[in-house]
Design a protein around this ligand. Structure first.
Ligand SMILES: *Cc1c(COP(=O)(O)O)cnc(C)c1O
Length: 454
């Protein structure tokens, strides 16, 4: 990177930080006007650097600000400074994580993270893991390991039996896609009923497994969602795994959203029993606040990772012990260094700092829930021990209200539904927010409704 671009980078970052303060919700550009509003075209001839810098400046101004105080739309938000620092260094180094020869000590950085999370989970000394391109991919890899563990011939011969996946009706949509990709088929996914709190119903799980066995099918994979996408509910791990083990299923814990509770003394009871699972996923870019993406997949028996993902490639794996050639346990070939951004954050604030981040998100959610419960214009739809706070205000249609808040550049927040009821979902995942920021969210919402709807 030349000095001029480096200076310009500093300048553009200042532009962004300023814009986040002055216009926390960028005015959306209607899609039909996008290409006429911004100069996005690619031309035959080179342009002046200064024109490029101007282009970048306008792009930054118009791009949604996911680190602003008013971004509540997704299961990630904010910007952890030390983590951004690590990620910027990773871009400059541009390592690829497949071999020790190319990634050097960065392999150790990734291994240190995997070991520390595995210790927190309680997976024991025979565990291992990898960092994948995201939670969807981590879930996919877990399903493939489960498939190959059920029948080690599948990777050679292909799927012949009717393999069955069990997951709750509130799970992430990657489970269904992954069943298709792994050759299992979307129709072989059983959506287990949930109780009124959005948690998997264990009796229904067992009766679905029994039905499949009676039909001659092959149950093999149990997915438990810890932090469901809408309500932020936690499937009960201990009783579910007891059923899973009884029938020989691989149990996978999808903690992409809220697996970070593993670091909190106060909240880790929510995933009690996780150490008995066969695999576990945690997204650093959700509760831990790293930049996108950083998804850690752990497996209790490390031979499963090798069994499903190692392949020989003489042109790639030429030196060193394969323990340190991470390409042997990854689906990808070239792979970004997503470890460093979590390492810099963790190294800087310690495990106790991670715990504080998690606890603070729950504290913000507690505040939001009590605000809602103490105001009769609101109705609450979600439950304690969740950082997804679901509500309606003055019975206004949630979808319409979220859309108007977006179009008028007030707040970015989304809506969801459970048991036939739709509502706004406020996610308190930005640990840089304060209680005051959450209060401000409600105040902006209320004054917007007063001016636009009344
Ligand atoms: C976000 C999420 C995923 C997918 O993770 P990506 O990194 O977005 O692919 C999977 N499962 C759950 C429960 C999630 O919340």
């Amino acid at each position: 990177m030349n000095q001029k671009d480096l200076d310009q980078f500093q300048h553009l970052v200042q532009v962004l930080l300023q814009a986040e303060k002055e216009e926390p919700v960028a005015a959306p550009i209607p899609t039909e006007q996008l290409f006429s509003t911004l100069d996005l075209s690619l031309e035959q001839e080179a342009i002046d650097d200064d024109i490029l810098y101007q282009n970048l400046e306008s792009l930054i101004q118009k791009t949604p600000k996911t680190a602003s105080k008013l971004f509540f739309n997704q299961l990630f938000a904010g910007r952890k400074s030390k983590s951004v620092l690590g990620d910027l260094v990773a871009v400059m180094l541009n390592t690829s994580m497949y071999t020790y020869k190319v990634a050097g000590p960065m392999v150790g950085v990734e291994k240190a993270i995997i070991k520390a999370i595995s210790d927190a989970v309680g997976f024991g000394s025979n565990s291992d893991g990898t960092i994948s391109s995201g939670g969807s991919m981590s879930n996919f890899m877990a399903m493939v390991m489960a498939r190959d563990s059920f029948n080690s011939r599948i990777k050679i011969d292909g799927v012949e039996e009717k393999l069955i996946v069990y997951t709750s009706a509130e799970c992430h949509y990657s489970i269904e896609k992954n069943a298709a990709l792994a050759g299992i088929g979307r129709k072989q996914v059983r959506y287990i009923k949930t109780n009124d709190f959005g948690e998997m119903d264990i009796n229904d799980l067992e009766s679905e497994i029994e039905k499949d066995l009676a039909a001659g099918n092959s149950p093999f994979f149990l997915n438990l969602t810890e932090g469901t996408t809408v309500l932020g509910s936690f499937d009960p791990i201990d009783p579910a795994i007891r059923v899973g083990k009884k029938y020989g299923l691989w149990s996978h814990v999808d903690g992409a959203y809220c697996g970070g509770v593993i670091f909190s003394k106060k909240y880790k009871h929510l995933i009690q029993g996780v150490e008995k699972a066969d695999s576990f996923v945690l997204n650093g870019h959700k509760m831990l606040g790293t930049p996108m993406t950083c998804s850690i997949l752990l497996v209790r028996d490390k031979s499963r990772l090798n069994h499903s993902f190692s392949a020989d490639a003489e042109y790639l794996f030429q030196t060193d012990d394969d323990e340190f050639n991470l390409g042997k346990t990854s689906l990808q070939c070239g792979r970004r260094n997503d470890a460093l951004k979590l390492w810099t954050l963790w190294k800087s604030i310690g495990t106790s700092g991670l715990e504080k981040l998690i606890d603070h998100q729950f504290l913000l959610a507690d505040y939001a829930r009590s605000y809602i419960q103490n105001n009769k214009n609101y109705q609450l739809y979600s439950f304690k021990n969740s950082i997804s706070v679901c509500f309606n205000y003055k019975d206004i249609d949630a979808k319409m209200l979220c859309e108007r808040l977006y179009l008028k550049s007030k707040i970015l927040v989304s809506h969801g539904s459970f048991q036939g009821k739709s509502f706004i979902r406020l996610v308190t995942i930005n640990s840089d927010n304060s209680v005051e920021d959450i209060k401000q969210f409600f105040e902006i919402l209320e004054s917007f409704v007063a001016s636009e709807f009344e």
